[in-house]
Each structure stands twice: as structure tokens, then as C-alpha cells.
Design a binder for this molecule. Structure first.
Ligand SMILES: Cc1ncc(C[n+]2csc(CCOP(=O)(O)OP(=O)(O)O)c2C)c(N)n1
Length: 704
């Protein structure tokens, strides 16, 4: 043991009880890994990734955190942290074998993908680094609860000195989301404790190749308010001391802290990896000498804090506990195959139900879609203090001292205008130009019971948030077997027909999102529907992508008077725009009005189309589609998005499949061409479907 460590032991008054307890935990963590490796080799577990080499720093952090009080976003190496916080070896083995009673996921996720509602360990996924922005969101929720007392009163758990822990590997610190998270956490002085567990490798990539200069702590030192501490994470006393300082700094609300802990990874990356392929024997032996279990045992013996016998007794006791836990887990029932579809959506709040079918109580003059979306946001923010609005440019004016002197921005389309002025800067604010950050943080906030309604400025720029949407937002409830959820609303202006929008301000792409299980996708075509559907989106318990065809924002043809504070439209209910007998047009968004524009010509030719506006794309109103096609025997699916692999392909396939015997003609589709929306209006017109194209397609179908 080094003299430095010796001094730390003395200075920190690390007593025997603490150190022997730590040894017990590190040993337990190690043996659970060893046992799981054995189970994998016996084909009774199906994956293994270990926490070996990371145990002491992980444990040291846990010893300073409070279970069921602080919020924890660990990564897969944090077995020792989870054990210390209260996850049992039995529960870990339930995850190894994929048992029905596995509290983390009921057999849906790989082992070491931690999750415990009771202990505030938020369900973890596999993408490296996605947990970081969510942790920052959870810390932002903490700050929000401190500012908005009425929201705090509704929180399931809030403590003014709580800490949000998040860990990651050295490799994950290369993800852009890590840097986005630091920018906001430091800018807002959020209570986040980052632990970078640097084992020198990301699978086979060494840290000097991974990170400029080879040291993440050196790179982050200039972030304001960030306490940066570095330690040997295989040295328990050193790790314990550093973790104590960092947790205290965060509890005292001085800002976020980051511990850069140097650890080792002697068991290869996972059981699917063999590190001998890229690490020499010499390097491996150097690492083996830093084994945290070995070091802690040596410290105890050398300091005379525990005899060989005492340590052996501890080990024997743990071995017995593990044997019992594994036997029990092996006897546990696997999850039943008929549960696989369970918990994609909220089991308690059904947005397709009558509860969400509330009639309008009109008053005032007709208003545009922008006005009525704004009205719904105002109503919902007034109704529930947990509704919070953020995004790029959504506030009126970030600098509050300037606010009385200006009219206010309120979004590039003015949809959120006046919300900051009315509800205050805590409830409507601008955030950095970083879409993953917007969605990732919102996800973390929603996990803590807030209802973020965030704006992606243009649908064309939703892609940086795609990993958060596809791998986090949509999976959270399902992967945690309904123990965590994140019902946020993402509003995004979408589509073309505005002229001049070109490739990056006019695209559609809803089918990509409708394809994702776990996400509700809505696209209104009128001001009234936008108002009623947004209220449903905010009050429902599922994540919703709320797509606003921006071309329709200020059109006079779709205006309506304000329908009152309780007006709601259930999801999955189409609107019958026009009754007809010749053919059924199934459409939504900007093509609804274009379909209506085709009516005059078609009716002159004796063709009477029935027009359905789907309004919500997932779920969608199959009942009304089927009833209409059974009546008209012909179907034309219309949308603005590219035709190939588009939303219409699914609808057309289902009509062909389930209504074949009712059809007198093939199911036809008319949609945007398979190319990007160009800048010049003549070119844009050539790409997007026009009323004349609809007339032609309907005429051909009627004549078939
Ligand atoms: C976004 C993403 N890219 C790639 C992977 C595959 N992958 C899993 S772990 C890993 C290396 C992670 O290294 P590091 O962050 O240093 O953590 P360590 O495993 O070394 O503790 C990679 C590339 C992934 N899970 N997620």
C-alpha cells in the first residue's frame, strides 16, 4: 500500500467496519459476475458483461449516495454500486436467466441493464451514453421542483439536496450527447455527479486513440462550475474520499461534479470479447496487479484491520448467499411469451377511450392553427404545474430584464408566443441548439413526473434526437416492464407547400416514426383538431410525436373558434371530411385540403369520393377505413411524404389483405415523389402531390 493511501485511510478515519463491509461488497460483486459467467457457459444465461475491475469506485460512490432518495443512472459496469444501493444477488440472477420476476425488466433486457423503481435506479439501455442527457434531465427536474413549488407538491419524490448520479465509460465520453449534457448541466449548475470509469479501453480502442490527449478530465476542466476530480478507481480509500467530496459539492448545489476514475477491465469487454487479441500479456499483467479486490484485501491485511481468517469467513458467507440466490433464480419461472406486447403503452390511461372524447364549447372568432395550439398550451400549463415547455427559441426573450421592452419571439412560428411572459421563465425557456439534448433531458424529466412539451424547430432537424427517440423514449416503459415511463410530447412543424423551404425545411418522414412501437404519432389538419389532439397528447401517459403541418398554421380554410379548456379528441379516430360513394380517399395533414380541392372537378364527372382525415397515425382508425372501403369498394391513399416504404404502403397493404373481397379495383397510392423537396416553387410542385394529380388518380381508379 502506498503512503498516500495510508494517509487517506487515516485522514478519512476509514474504520474497520467500513473497510470490511467494502471488502464484502466488492467480493460479492466479483462472485456474482463469476457465477453469471458460469451460467452463460452452461447456457442458462444468454449474455454476460462484468463489473470486474470497476468495483471499488462504483461502491465508493454508492456509499455516499442515498438509496430511494438520490436518482441513479448507472451503466453496465456498476454491479457493486447497485448491490450497495440494495439490489440483491438474487434479483441480479433473475435478470441473468431472464425470469418473469426480474425486477429490472422481466426478461426483456440483457443482465447488467439495471433498473429499480424502489431504489430510484432508472432503467438502463444498451446505447453507450444515452443515459447521460436523461440524468441531466432528472437533475433539471430537481431544479424545476425547487423553483415551482406547486409541481414539487405533486412529485412522487423530491429532496432539495438530492443528487443525480450518472456513470459512463471512457469510450462513451466521446459521444456528442456527453458534451451536450455538460454544456447544460454546467450552464444551469445542475446537481449531477458524473463518474467516468476509465478502464483504458472501449472494447479494443485504447483511450489515447479515443480521447484527445488521452485524458477526459483534462479536457473538461474548463467547464464552469464543474468540480473535476481524478482518482485511482481501484484504490478504495482514494475513491471513497473523492466520491465524498464530489457528492458533497453537488448536494450543496455548487454545480455538477465529475470523477475521472482510472480502473481496469481484466475480464475482457464482455464474454463475447477476447482481449488477448489486442492487449499484450505484459499489459494484462500490469492491469492484474491493480485488481481492486486484491488491493482491498491487501490493505486490510497490511493495516491489521482484518486477519486472513476474517476475510475467509466473509467470503464463505457471501459464497453461501450467492449459492442460495442462484439456485432460487434457476428455479424461477421465465416470462410468458404471451406477455411480449404488454406495456408498450400505458396500461392505465387509454388515449383512444371515451374519456378523451370531450365536446367543444365554442366561443369567439375563428382562429388559426397557430392560435389554437398556443391556446391549448396555455390551458394545459395553467391546469398542471408539471407542464413545462422548452426548445430552441420557444421563449419570448431569454433575458428577463429585456422582456418588458420587447414583443417576444415565442418560437420561429410563434406557436409558443407569450408562454414565458405568462407562466415565467421556469416553465417556458430556451435551451441550447441540440436536439438530442432536448429530447433526452425531457425523457429524464418525465421519468420524474414532469410533463415536458418540447419543440423541435423543424421536423427536418429531429434526427440528432433519433437515438433518444428510437432507443430510449419508445422503449422505456416496455423495457422496464412498466416500472418507468417518460410520457413527453414532442411538437414538430413538418412538411412543404410553403414555397422556398427546400430540402431542409420542407421534408416529411412520419412513416419512420409510425414504425416505432411505443410512440403515438399524431398529425392534425385543422386548427380545431390541433387543439383537441394536443390536449389529449399532453394528458395521455404515452410519448407523443405531435406533427404540425406548418403550411396549415395560418390558412384561413382550417380556422375554428376556441373550443374551451376541456376539448379533446381521442387518438385513433379519423374525421369523416366528406361522405361519398365512388371511392375512399384515406389521407391526413396537408393533403386533406388538397383532396377537398379535387372534389368540385370530380363531382362534375359524377365521381363522389369519401374523404377520411386520419388525424392520428399511430394508432389509426382502421374501423372507419374498413367501413368506408366496404361501402365504396375502392381505396386511394394520399400523403405528402415519399411514396416508397411510406405510411400509405401499410394502409394499402392492410386494405388489400383484410378487405380483398370488397375491392373492385387495386388499392392505389398517390404521394410525394421519391426525392427531396426542392427550393424553386415549380420544382416543389412537381415533387409534392397537387389537386390535379388527385383528380387524375381518382378518375383512373373510378374507371378501373
Ligand atoms: C451508441 C453505441 N455504439 C456502440 C455500442 C457498442 N458498444 C458497447 S460497449 C462499447 C464500448 C464502451 O466502452 P466504454 O464506454 O469505454 O465502456 P467500457 O465498456 O470500457 O466500460 C461499444 C462500442 C453501443 N452499445 N452503443
Amino acid at each position: 500500500m502506498s503512503t498516500a493511501t495510508n494517509q487517506v485511510v487515516k485522514a478519512a478515519k476509514l474504520d474497520k467496519e467500513l473497510l470490511v463491509g467494502a471488502y464484502r461488497m466488492v467480493y460479492m460483486s466479483r462472485r456474482v459476475d463469476d457465477k453469471e459467467i458460469q451460467l452463460k457457459r452452461q447456457n442458462r444465461a444468454f449474455f454476460q458483461i462484468s463489473g470486474v475491475g470497476h468495483e471499488t469506485v462504483s461502491l465508493a460512490a454508492a456509499l455516499h449516495l442515498k438509496p430511494s432518495y438520490d436518482w441513479i443512472y448507472p451503466y453496465y459496469r456498476d454491479r457493486a454500486l447497485c448491490l450497495q444501493l440494495g439490489v440483491t444477488p438474487y434479483e441480479m440472477f433473475l435478470a441473468s436467466v431472464g425470469a418473469k420476476d426480474d425486477p429490472a425488466s422481466a426478461g426483456r433486457q440483457m443482465p447488467s441493464h439495471w433498473g429499480s423503481r424502489k431504489l430510484h435506479i432508472v432503467s438502463q439501455s444498451s446505447p453507450t451514453g444515452t443515459q447521460i442527457l436523461q440524468a441531466v434531465g432528472a437533475a433539471e427536474a430537481s431544479q424545476y421542483f425547487a423553483l415551482v413549488k406547486e409541481a414539487a407538491e405533486l412529485a412522487t419524490s423530491f429532496h432539495s439536496d438530492e443528487v443525480v448520479y450518472v456513470s459512463l465509460g471512457d469510450g462513451a465520453s466521446s459521444e456528442g450527447e456527453f458534451w451536450e449534457s455538460l454544456n447544460w448541466a454546467c450552464g444551469r449548475k445542475l446537481p449531477v455527479l458524473y463518474v467516468v470509469e476509465d478502464n483504458g479501453y472501449a472494447i479494443s480502442v485504447p483511450v489515447d486513440v479515443q480521447t484527445a490527449g488521452g485524458s477526459i478530465s483534462r479536457l473538461v476542466k474548463s467547464f464552469p462550475h464543474l468540480l473535476v476530480l481524478e482518482c485511482d478507481g481501484t484504490d478504495f480509500p482514494a475513491s471513497y474520499e473523492v466520491a465524498g467530496k464530489a457528492v458533497q459539492y453537488v448536494r450543496q448545489r455548487k454545480g455538477p461534479a465529475l470523477i475521472h476514475a482510472h480502473v481496469v477491465r481484466p475480464y475482457s469487454h464482455s464474454l463475447s470479447d477476447d482481449e488477448r487479441l489486442y492487449k499484450s500479456e505484459e499489459v494484462r499483467q500490469q492491469e492484474a496487479r491493480r485488481d481492486p479486490l486484491l488491493r482491498l484485501g491487501n490493505l486490510l491485511r497490511q493495516e491489521g484491520l482484518a486477519s486472513e481468517k476474517e476475510l475467509k469467513d466473509v467470503e464463505a458467507e457471501v459464497d453461501g448467499e450467492i449459492r442460495e440466490a442462484v439456485d432460487q433464480a434457476l428455479a424461477a419461472e421465465p416470462a410468458s411469451p404471451d406477455t411480449v406486447l404488454r406495456y408498450l403503452y400505458s396500461p392505465s390511461v387509454d388515449p383512444t377511450s371515451e374519456l378523451f372524447d370531450q365536446p367543444p364549447k365554442f366561443h369567439g372568432e375563428p382562429k388559426t392553427m397557430v392560435d389554437l395550439i398556443n391556446a391549448a398550451l396555455r390551458d394545459e400549463m395553467a391546469r398542471d404545474p408539471r407542464v413545462v415547455v422548452f426548445g430552441e427559441d420557444v421563449a419570448d426573450c431569454s433575458h428577463e430584464d429585456e422582456l418588458p421592452k420587447v414583443k417576444g419571439k415565442g418560437g420561429v412560428f410563434k406557436v409558443t408566443h407569450g408562454l414565458q411572459r405568462h407562466f415565467g421563465s421556469a416553465r417556458c425557456y430556451n435551451t441550447p441548439l441540440a436536439e438530442a439534448s432536448i429530447v433526452g433531458r425531457a425523457t429524464g424529466m418525465a421519468t420524474r413526473g414532469l410533463k415536458p412539451v418540447v419543440e423541435i424547430q423543424f421536423f427536418d432537424y429531429i434526427w440528432p434526437a433519433m437515438l433518444q427517440i428510437r432507443d430510449e423514449l419508445t422503449t422505456m416503459r416496455w423495457r422496464s416492464n412498466n416500472t418507468f415511463s417518460c410520457p413527453i410530447v414532442i411538437r414538430a412543424p413538418i412538411g412543404g407547400y410553403l414555397a422556398g423551404g427546400a430540402i431542409y425545411h420542407s421534408q416529411s418522414g412520419e412513416s419512420i416514426f409510425a414504425h416505432l412501437p411505443g410512440l403515438r404519432v399524431v398529425m392534425p389538419a385543422t386548427a380545431l383538431d390541433a387543439n383537441g389532439l394536443l390536449r389529449t397528447a399532453i394528458r395521455c401517459d404515452d410519448p407523443v410525436l405531435f406533427l404540425e403541418p406548418k403550411h396549415l398554421y395560418r390558412q384561413t380554410h382550417n380556422r375554428a373558434p376556441y373550443p374551451g379548456r376541456e376539448y379533446m379528441i381521442p387518438f385513433g379516430k379519423a374525421r369523416l371530411v366528406q361522405e361519398g360513394t365512388t371511392l375512399t380517399m384515406v389521407t391526413y395533414g396537408s393533403l386533406v385540403h388538397r383532396a377537398v380541392q379535387s372534389l368540385k372537378t370530380l363531382e362534375q364527372e359524377g365521381i363522389q369520393p369519401e374523404i377520411l382525415d386520419l388525424r392520428s397515425l399511430n394508432p389509426y382508425d382502421w374501423e372507419l377505413i374498413a367501413a368506408s372501403v366496404k361501402k365504396t369498394n375502392r381505396a386511394l391513399v394520399l400523403h405528402e411524404d415519399n411514396i416508397s416504404w411510406g405510411y400509405g404502403a401499410e394502409i394499402a397493404a392492410r386494405i388489400a389483405d383484410e378487405l380483398f373481397e370488397f375491392l373492385d379495383a387495386p388499392v392505389r397510392r398517390l404521394a410525394g415523389k421519391d426525392v427531396f423537396v426542392p427550393y424553386h416553387p415549380v420544382l416543389e410542385d412537381a415533387v409534392l402531390p397537387q389537386p390535379a394529380d388527385i383528380v387524375r388518380a381518382a378518375r383512373e381508379l373510378a374507371a378501373y
